[in-house]
Design a protein around this ligand. Structure first.
Ligand code: HT7
Ligand code: ZN
Length: 890
């Protein structure tokens, strides 16, 4: 398949200064009339106006009101060029589209009787012919016309300027967006919805209207999204001096949506999953996700919309920066709610969550056939590049700038960025140049983070010299080769370091050549392949704590024995590194158990690990949320990346053995802990309560895994009387992840209670698809997944259902998916092919579950190859899935 190169960028030959769109909405035949006011870009050589389009039926094409002569128009696959004359021209185009048959959920589509759009990245060209690229910024006026009974609400970007009835039971509304924007930020909604409304005053004293639009029965689930929006607005005013620039800001929930949400100007469209919450249906984690997704989309209004991307290679310009901003926002929200005493721990818990995702998903991506820099050099299908690398590693790169420049320096860089580039479509270089200029800091070497793929390894080794009372830390870096990029240059890596004394307290740090002492965490700038840093006045041999707060997205290689890990697990004053010590210790234990299981040896859990674990469990001074993080074992996905070769079956045996051992040996401690964690009073989404619930649910998981009768009874009792979804799903998860016969009854009861609630049923599907076989006589999970696919609540047409059932099986259940008979792989190929026919974006996401197939044992690889080749050879395969399987097989 052809690939698009970043180096091929050329500016637009014609600007579109304004566009009037008229939609005569009809499910099977919507007519879109567009008038483009074009002006020639006199900076470059004359060229035709180039429009892009896909699946459009053209009913008419005019230039300056006259039907376009055939000689003026040239057409190719997906494009159309009009040889316009002079300096300006008005182009009129009428197209007909069929929203009802649009199953890709890109462009204009129908969901539950309403019309919705999704235009990022290239959906607008499925609505009408247009220069559908992000540097074509245009003022939009949009008129919507629809049936008044089925679509009483008509929304688009900006301000409502006119509305009224029409003949034949139809009505119309006209919207005008005062800000020029690229077509990917266009949106319309025409549906039967109701709104929660609030009026708030911005920092500069303007009153603005906020609306959260949902189906009528969901109005009681909108308050948290609204609160999150208001908190986001306040935070952006306070932290970045950025205010909402419109008189009205709308959020709309839709049930069928490919991703999380979309930041269309003034009209954010959300997957209902990231809007709707009430205590009975949403968990603490759902509340947390809603808050961060609402914030993320809101923050895009400045970082993405006011200043946008020149081309899609610059995607991380808006996504990395906006993820960083939403992570900072969530951390601040948690810290404020936790109060002064709990703020540091609350921030660490958030950081741990973010790093867990990065390590499990992005590190794997960076080590596989899809590895790419945060600013890729080429792509075949842009939808495949909404990746953990562009988003999460992109956010880490922004975080490193924040670390290197400080909060104030970073803010100065942001202010300069907006002062130079407001209203423009720019590049990542433009952003980093502003950071450099505002701080007088040379960031040339730092730019390599934008062009180099792969996760760097940082090796750290320390040496104490008692005679000179000095401690030397040797740091070196190495980035392994990635596809198409064998030579790697050294990066500028901020490495935050502390030295812990034998009493568990941090030592004051003084670097050789510097006078100031006193700080206990110091950011070292590693810029060479190898560098030494010498600390002076070190009274005793310290234990180093390296990469505190996960100061860079790297793999740290630091030789530490069990005793040292246990010491840091108990004492590291950096909460992130304390958690990381527990993870490293657990990883070591699990990988030894896995090797023993593979070799048929007896499995034994080291007593010092159990002791260190018990100490964490019983440390009442530690925040429950942190304890829950520290006692959650590394994910199977992450562990698979750490095995060579990966063999999911013995890994599962090892994990089950370890969970059972920790449940059995610490049964009394877990039960005692459960008794201290009860949360009284009505449900509130609050980090203190959420932490207690998370720890309580984790305790139940260990107890249920071990089959401890009191633990199972506790889970059953909690399930029988749960007052909020966190407790309900926590108890259900514990029962499902056990050999207890109560599991089926609980699943049945849950289904009966929520049979009409699609979002809650997603949890039910996911739990079953992700279940381990604690009962050795149980049938393979694939059988259950197949059965659930014919459940009336399941549909391949709904992305949430696909992610919940198939996604959970492919990604969250490696031992079952990678069954030795290859049945999981054949099922995977069947589903990818079936999905691809209706929704290539979703199919490609599912296809990615096997991209790192070369990590597995030769026997599994042979089975996977057959299915990858089967998918690659399927007729009519989309470019989306083609790119994934071709790269995997390359
Ligand atoms: N900027 C949004 C991206 C998005 C998207 C991309 C491709 C296909 C469907 C999509 N829906 C939303 C989401 C965000 O990062 O805020
Ligand atoms: Zn985003």
């Amino acid at each position: 398949a052809p690939s698009i190169q970043r180096s091929d960028y050329t500016p637009l030959a014609w600007n579109v200064d304004g566009v009037d769109l008229h939609f005569a909405l009809d499910p099977a035949a919507t007519v879109v009339t567009s008038r483009l006011r074009c002006s020639r870009n006199t900076q470059i050589a004359p060229a035709p106006l180039r429009l892009l389009g896909e699946d459009l039926e053209v009913l008419g094409l005019t230039v300056d009101g006259v039907e376009a002569a055939p000689g003026l128009v040239t057409q190719g696959e997906g494009w159309l060029e009009i040889a316009l004359e002079g300096r300006s021209a008005e182009v009129g185009i009428v197209t007909r589209i069929n929203p009802q048959s649009n199953t890709s959920l890109s462009g204009l589509y129908v969901s539950r009787g309403g019309f919705f759009t999704q235009c990022e990245a290239e959906g607008f060209r499925r609505i009408t012919w247009f220069p559908d690229r992000p540097d074509a910024m245009t003022r939009f006026t949009v008129t919507l016309e629809a049936d008044a009974a089925s679509c009483p609400v008509l929304l688009s970007n900006g301000n409502l300027i006119e509305q009224g009835p029409l003949a034949g039971g139809r009505h119309y509304a006209r919207w005008e967006d005062p800000f020029p924007k690229p077509s990917y930020l266009f949106a319309l909604v025409a549906a039967k919805l109701v709104a929660l409304e609030r009026r708030v005053t911005t920092a500069s004293g303007r009153e603005v209207l906020l609306q959260v639009w949902v189906e009528e029965g969901n109005l009681d689930r909108t308050e948290h999204a609204m609160d999150s929006l208001i908190h986001s607005m306040r935070w952006d005013e306070e932290v970045f001096g950025l205010e909402l620039d419109l008189d009205r800001f709308m959020i709309v929930a839709v049930s069928d949506f490919n991703m999380g949400a979309m930041e269309n100007k003034g009209l954010n469209i959300f997957n209902a999953k990231y809007v709707l919450a009430k205590p009975d249906t949403a968990t603490d984690v759902d509340y947390e996700h809603i808050e961060s997704v609402v914030a993320h989309e809101y923050f895009h209004n400045w970082t993405g919309n006011r200043v946008t991307c020149r081309d899609w290679f610059q995607l991380t310009l808006k996504e990395g920066l906006t993820v960083f901003r939403d992570q900072q926002f969530s951390a601040d929200m948690l810290a404020v709610a936790a109060g002064d005493a709990g703020a540091a721990s609350a921030r660490a818990v958030k950081r741990i969550d973010d790093v867990r995702v990065l390590r499990a998903v992005q590190f794997a991506e960076d080590a596989g056939p899809m590895a790419h820099p945060i600013r890729p050099d080429s792509y075949q299908e842009i939808n495949n590049f909404y990746t953990a690398t562009v988003y999460e590693k992109g956010a880490e790169v922004i975080r490193m700038l924040h670390t290197l420049l400080g909060a104030e320096g970073f803010r100065n860089g942001m202010d300069l960025y907006f002062s130079y580039h407001d209203g423009q479509a720019v590049t990542c270089d433009d952003f980093v140049d502003c950071m450099a200029e505002a701080n007088g800091h040379d960031l040339d070497q730092f730019m390599r983070w934008y062009s180099q793929a792969g996760t760097p390894h940082v090796k750290a080794a320390g040496a104490y010299d008692a005679a000179s009372r000095s401690y030397t830390l040797m740091l070196s870096q190495h980035t392994p080769p990635t596809p198409g990029q064998t030579d790697k240059q050294p990066l500028l890596i901020p490495v935050a370091v502390g030295l812990i004394g034998p009493d568990g307290r941090d030592l004051p740090l003084r670097l050789e050549g510097e006078n100031h002492a006193g700080v206990t965490t110091r950011v070292l700038e590693l810029s060479e392949v190898e560098q030494s840093f010498r600390f002076l006045d070190v009274a005793v041999e310290p234990v180093p704590s390296v990469l505190r707060g996960f100061s860079a997205p790297v793999i740290l290689d630091l030789a530490e024995d069990d005793a040292r890990l246990a010491f840091r697990m108990a004492h590291d004053t950096d909460a992130f590194n304390r958690w990381d010590a527990a993870q490293r210790f657990a990883e070591r234990v699990i990988l030894v158990l896995t090797a023993d299981a593979a070799a048929g040896r007896t499995l034994a859990v080291p007593a010092d690990f159990v002791a260190a674990f018990r100490a964490l469990l019983n440390d009442a001074a530690l925040d429950p949320a942190f304890r829950a993080q520290a006692m959650t074992l590394p994910s199977e996905g992450y562990l698979i990346e750490r095995m060579q070769p990966a063999d999911p079956a013995p890994l599962r045996v090892a994990l089950m053995h370890l969970m059972r051992a920790l449940g059995t040996h610490l049964a009394d401690d877990w039960l005692a802990l459960c008794r201290t964690l009860e949360v009284t009073g009505p449900y509130r989404y609050h980090p203190t309560d959420a932490g207690r619930r998370a720890l309580g649910n984790l305790a139940l998981k260990y107890l249920a895994a071990a089959g401890v009768p009191e633990g199972l009874a506790w889970a059953q009792a909690q399930f029988a009387r749960f007052g909020n979804m966190t407790e309900g799903v926590g108890a259900l998860a514990a029962l499902v992840q056990s050999a207890s016969p109560a599991r089926e009854a609980a699943l049945g009861a849950f289904h009966a209670r929520y049979r009409d609630d699609a979002l809650v049923l997603d949890k039910w599907f996911a739990l079953q698809a992700g279940a381990w076989r604690w009962d050795a006589t149980a049938a393979p999970v694939l059988e259950r997944v197949r059965a659930l696919m014919v459940d009336p609540a399941f549909s391949l047409a709904n992305p949430n259902k696909v992610y919940a059932l198939l996604g959970s099986f492919f990604r969250a259940n490696p031992a079952e998916f990678h069954a030795a008979d290859g049945s999981g792989y054949a099922f995977w190929a069947d589903q990818v092919i079936a999905l691809d026919a209706r929704n290539p974006q979703v199919a490609a996401r599912m296809a990615r579950s096997l991209e790192n197939w070369q990590r597995f044992t030769p026997a599994l690889q042979a089975l996977i190859r057959v299915q990858l080749e089967r998918v690659a050879g399927a007729t009519g395969l989309s470019p989306d899935v083609t790119e994934i399987v071709e790269k995997a097989l390359a």
